[in-house]
Design a protein around this ligand. Structure first.
Ligand SMILES: [Zn+2]
Ligand SMILES: [Zn+2]
Length: 347
């Protein structure tokens, strides 16, 4: 089968190669992949800035159809079923975290697409416990964005327990910012302020509005603090979702959170250490929630919401390319062009 692989350590070494299809084990599924999304993590794997074990098939945001079912899981799964799947391959299932429903941060996890063969391929062999059926009526394009949508659900619903806030600030208007905006809208936020830059002005701000944003602020041309304080009567926002990973946003926006408000942290920063006004966190008694990846429970939330949100989520898929055009897809993402780019493995 054709697959996009990271063939060797070091920057680059990403190429399309002919790889064998692995027959499913007794508790595994063989999935014919329809779409697999290009993610920022893939760019980091390509540059060797994210842990990876080459040679490995890349890609971790996938949907497809089951074509073969292992002997031990035939009571639950059948050929022809449409599925999405988590990327928490290698999670042990035994440790305290796995037992608590958090295999996504298990020490043993070897994430699919970087340390375990992934889904930029015509077929994926997946441990069945990671699969979820796609609800009827959810189109492929929408199923293809389930993974980032589940992350946003984990951050806002499960970690931050956002519930009808009067005001919410979302810094960053790429995939995570836009999906957080959609969740904020679903969770009854009264005033959603989305902050972005010139990069977001043309396309993503329109999408942010479609996701439910009430006010868009281009921080390169407007004073975000002024806008926030004006709209919250000087109090600050109830919730700040940091989805940009920008050191500038992280250093300056904490002062815009009200006393006893919440900070939900999604965006990974480039450098491991950035400035955060620590005392502000204490003085204002702000609850801070670090968030990473997506436990199984968040996939259930995302899939249930996709039935209602298919129209809005479909708008976030801004390009669909054949596998052969992977470089173009990676380049579009690197340039910040569009939002979600899917590779079509059937094209
Ligand atoms: Zn991803
Ligand atoms: Zn574990």
């Amino acid at each position: 089968m054709r697959a996009l692989i990271k063939s060797a350590a070091g920057p680059g070494h990403v190429e399309i190669a002919e790889m064998p299809v692995r027959s499913p084990g007794y508790d595994e599924l063989l999935i014919k992949i329809k779409y697999c999304g290009v993610c920022g993590t893939d760019l980091h794997i390509a540059q060797d800035e994210f842990p990876n074990d080459p040679p490995v098939i890349m890609g971790h945001e996938y949907c497809g159809t089951i074509v073969e079912v292992g002997a031990a899981v035939q009571d639950r799964w059948s050929e022809g079923q449409r599925v999405v799947g988590e990327l928490h391959t290698g999670a042990c299932g035994q440790c305290e975290l796995c037992q608590a429903g958090k295999p996504h941060i298990c020490d043993a996890k070897l994430a699919l697409g970087s340390r375990y063969d992934g889904a930029f391929a015509e077929y994926l062999t997946l441990p069945a416990w990671l699969a979820h059926p796609i609800p009827e009526g959810v189109p492929w394009e929408v199923a293809g964005v389930t993974e980032p949508f589940a992350i946003a659900a984990h951050c806002l619903v499960e970690r931050g327990q956002v519930d009808h806030p009067r005001s919410i600030l979302i810094s960053g208007a790429a995939t995570m910012g836009l999906m957080s905006t959609l969740w904020a809208d679903r969770l009854g936020a009264e005033d959603i302020i989305v902050a972005g830059t010139d990069l977001d002005q043309d396309e993503r701000f329109d999408l942010a509005r479609a996701m439910g944003a009430d006010r868009l602020v281009n921080v390169q041309h407007a004073d975000l603090a002024e806008v926030v304080m004006d709209r919250t009567l000087g109090r600050g926002v109830d919730v700040w979702v940091e989805a940009s990973g920008s050191a500038v946003a992280i250093a300056s926006d904490l002062a815009l959170v009200k006393k006893a408000g919440k900070l939900i942290m999604i965006g990974l920063t480039g450098p491991a250490t950035v400035d955060l006004p620590w005392n502000t966190l204490l003085y204002r008694e702000i609850d801070a929630y670090g968030c990473f990846s997506s436990p199984p429970s968040s996939w259930e939330l995302a899939l249930a919401a996709e039935v209602e949100e298919a129209d809005r989520l479909r708008q976030l898929v801004t390009a669909i390319l054949p596998l052969e055009a992977w470089e173009e897809g990676f380049e579009m993402l690197r340039r910040g062009q569009g939002v979600k780019i899917l590779l079509d493995l059937e094209a």
